[in-house]
Design a protein around this ligand. Structure first.
Ligand code: FMN
Length: 397
């Protein structure tokens, strides 16, 4: 046993500090619980002890210190709202913890149906009437029956987290990948370099080669528009592999991998339109390649990737808009080529797995459907040649 490294003090202030230090290791979200006093003034406090108590009936609760001045006021109103704070709310949270005089003016509030103020853009919120109060030691457990609840910002915003007197949030998925696998794929991409240079010149588009590693999509090579020289600025740039981005890595993948792609999107944006995504994948498989629309949106997306952003909210917003813009790309009459900004063609290995994709950015809006299809054929021919070269290198040919 090596427990003597960290021993618990038995008495007084030291014991209390130790209790708090050890408990401080446990991370929590942060909620503002609030109501309105007799003169209609807002009252409330931030708590880390918010908890879901029961679904049927819907009950929520939190623990308030017995010495809290807010507690008796709040209990006497018979109701409370709970607003889950977002990742950007650290200063707002500190304002409440320090009772800053302007704390209620810092953010927009709206009243719940029972008349308690809640944050207008809370990550999630609940409106409850007080069901019971029960003292436990130096705290009181307040349980509320939920009458209304909702999620703000389309569920896209990430909650604020608290641990050891410090604040944080979730980071975006993706961004890390297996370096050895990356190096092997870089070798394959180098075999494709000449192909993508001539593609870029002939088609007048920027061309990149991407690969999927774990939960990331990583750029292996890219050729800027009007350049015959590979630019390596973007090599290694990674972004989350989450629906509806980079569907070529999902369209021919086993079910489990496809689901991982869909689930990654749900974690990122809070929801996922499965019918739309299944439709998208069917389209990709039928056509043999993927399309994406809206140049301005594509530019914003590429800005995040090339800026090596790991800010989950920024990704989530672009993801949600890209999902919405997909609906305009295709209908019963086929592809609307004048809406297309990106074409993505798979590169298969000899087992039929998609190991890389050729990604053409800045598709010519003026191109006719016929010439667009010819350009895609040109890309697919290049992808076929790259596949053959990879297969040959693996068999030592
Ligand atoms: C992140 C965080 C979590 C907190 N969690 C709780 C909690 O669960 N219960 C509680 O009574 N106070 C909690 N507090 C402290 C209260 O926000 C508040 O400062 C304290 O109750 C004293 O205010 P009052 O006397 O006006 O009620 C927390 C403070 C912070 C910053």
């Amino acid at each position: 046993m090596t427990t003597d490294a960290i021993t618990s003090p038995q008495r007084g202030q030291e014991k209390s500090a130790w209790w708090r230090a050890v408990l401080g290791e446990y991370p929590t979200g942060v909620c503002l619980v609030a109501s309105r006093g007799e003169a209609d003034e807002p009252i409330g406090m931030v708590v880390g002890s918010f908890v879901a108590v029961s679904e049927e009936p819907p009950l929520i609760g939190f623990f308030a210190g017995r010495d809290s001045r807010t507690l008796p006021e709040l209990v006497s109103t018979g109701r409370f709202s709970a607003s889950v704070l977002g990742a950007d709310d650290e200063a707002f949270c500190r304002a409440f913890a320090s009772k800053a005089p302007d704390r209620w003016e810092r953010r927009p509030f709206v009243d719940t149906p029972t008349g308690a103020p809640r944050l207008a853009d809370a990550v999630a919120w609940f409106d409850a009437s007080i069901e019971s109060t029960q003292p436990y030691g130096d705290h009181v457990f307040i349980v509320g029956r939920v009458h209304d609840f909702g999620a703000g910002a389309g569920g896209a915003e990430m909650p604020l987290l608290f641990r050891r007197a410090g604040y944080g949030s979730f980071s975006a998925p993706g961004g890390t990948y297996d370096a050895r696998a990356f190096i092997e794929r870089l070798r394959w991409a180098s075999m494709a370099e000449r192909e993508i240079e001539s593609l870029s010149t002939e088609l007048g588009v920027e061309v990149a080669i991407n690969t999927q590693l774990g939960d990331s999509v990583v750029t292996l090579a890219s050729v800027a528009l009007d350049s015959t020289v590979s630019t390596f600025d973007n090599v290694g740039a990674a972004h989350p592999w989450a629906a509806p981005i980079s569907p070529v890595f999902a369209a021919w993948a086993p079910t489990a991998r496809r689901h991982a792609w869909e689930e990654a999107s749900r974690h990122l944006t809070g929801s996922v339109d499965r019918a739309l995504i299944e439709d998208q994948l069917r389209g990709v498989r039928d056509r043999g390649y993927a399309i994406a629309g809206d140049q301005a949106l594509t530019d914003r997306f590429l800005g995040l990737v090339r800026g090596h952003r790991t800010d989950r909210d920024a990704y989530a917003r672009v993801w949600a808009e890209i999902a919405a813009s997909r609906r305009r790309l295709e209908d019963g009459d086929g592809v609307h080529w004048d809406e297309v900004a990106v074409v993505q063609v798979p590169v298969f290995d000899e087992e039929g797995d998609v190991v890389m994709s050729i990604y053409a950015i800045g598709w010519q809006r003026s191109a006719s459907p016929h010439s667009s299809e010819r350009m895609v054929e040109r890309m697919r021919t290049a992808a076929g040649r790259i596949s053959a070269r990879i297969a040959a290198s693996r068999t030592g040919g």
